[in-house]
Design a protein around this ligand. Structure first.
Ligand code: GLP
Length: 253
C-alpha cells in the first residue's frame, strides 16, 4: 500500500488526475472504475480540463461506477447517474454505450446485480478503480457489517451513511435506504486501486484502513490485501495516523 499525503484537497485531486491520465495514455481502452461523492469532484474537474486541452482522449475508455441508490431514476438530481453525467461524462468524449452505472430502478434488482458483475467481466475487468471512503470506512456502498457479500449486490444503508449523505437531499427522510453496490470482491479484482480522502471527518476511517488489520467493521481495511493500492489523502484526513505507521508512508507535501 502506497500512501501519499498532500497539503490540501487540490493537490490530492491533481495527483489523482495525473494517475488517471497516465493510465489512459498507456492504455487507450482502459476500463475505469469510478466513484461519486464530493471527494472525486476536483479530480473530475481537472480531467475535464485535460480533455479540453487535448491531453486525454476518452473515446475508447470504458467506465463502471461503483454504486447507485435504489429507487432513484437516472434523471433524479441525487442519483449517481445524474451526478456522473452532470459532473463528468457530459464534458468529455466518453461514449454513452461505454458508460456503466447500476440501474437502481431495475425491476429485478438481483438480476441487475448479476448482469453488472457479468458486464465488468466481459469488459476484461477494471484496470484502475477510483475510490472514495465513507466516514464509517465504507467503499462503494459496502457498509460495515458482520459479513459482506463480495459481488455486486443490494445493500441496506447504515444510519451513519444516511446522515452523511443527507446533505445532498432536502431531508434525511428523502435519502434512499437501499443501494446497489459493487462488492468488495468486484473492487479487489481491479488491477490498480486509488483511494482518495480529504478532511478531518475521514481521518478515523483512514487511520483504520492504513493500520493493516482486516475487519468487516471497516470495509476499506480489505485494501491491505491488494497488491497495487495508492491512497492519496490530504493532511486533515491523515491527521490521526500514528507516528509508527507514518514512518512507512511516502509523504509528499
Ligand atoms: C458515498 C458513496 C461512496 C463515497 C462516499 C464518500 O456514500 N457511495 O462511493 O466514496 O460516500 O462520499 P464523499 O466523497 O462525499 O465524502
Amino acid at each position: 500500500m502506497k500512501v501519499i499525503i498532500t497539503v490540501n484537497y487540490d493537490e490530492m485531486s491533481k495527483k489523482a488526475a495525473e494517475i488517471v491520465k497516465k493510465q489512459i495514455k498507456e492504455k487507450h481502452n482502459t476500463v475505469l472504475g469510478l466513484a461519486t461523492g464530493s471527494t472525486p469532484l476536483g479530480m473530475y474537474k481537472l480531467l475535464i480540463e485535460m480533455y479540453k486541452r487535448g491531453e486525454i482522449d476518452f473515446s475508447n475508455v470504458i467506465t463502471f461506477n461503483l454504486d447507485e441508490y435504489i429507487g432513484l431514476s437516472p434523471d433524479h438530481p441525487q442519483s449517481y447517474h445524474y451526478f456522473m453525467f452532470h459532473n463528468f461524462f457530459n464534458h468529455i468524449n466518453v461514449k454513452k454505450e461505454n458508460v456503466h452505472i447500476p440501474n437502481g430502478i431495475a425491476e429485478d434488482l438481483e438480476e441487475e446485480c448479476r448482469k453488472y458483475e457479468g458486464e465488468i467481466e466481459k469488459a476484461g475487468g477494471i484496470d484502475l478503480q477510483i475510490l472514495g471512503i465513507g466516514v464509517n470506512g465504507h467503499i462503494g456502498f459496502n457498509e460495515p457489517e458482520e459479513s459482506i457479500e463480495t459481488k455486486t449486490h443490494v445493500v441496506t444503508l447504515t444510519e451513519d451513511t444516511i446522515n452523511a449523505n443527507k446533505r445532498f437531499f432536502k431531508s434525511a427522510e428523502e435519502v434512499p435506504r437501499k443501494a446497489i453496490t459493487m462488492g468488495l470482491g468486484s473492487i479487489m479484482k481491479a488491477k490498480k486501486i486509488v483511494l482518495l480522502a480529504s478532511g478531518k471527518n475521514k481521518a478515523e476511517a483512514i487511520k483504520e484502513t492504513i493500520k493493516g488489520q482486516l475487519t468487516t467493521k471497516v470495509p476499506a481495511t480489505v485494501l491491505a490485501l491488494h497488491p497495487d493500492v495508492t491512497i492519496i489523502i490530504d493532511k486533515e484526513a491523515a491527521s490521526l495516523i500514528p507516528d509508527e505507521d507514518l514512518k512507512e508512508i511516502e509523504v509528499i507535501i
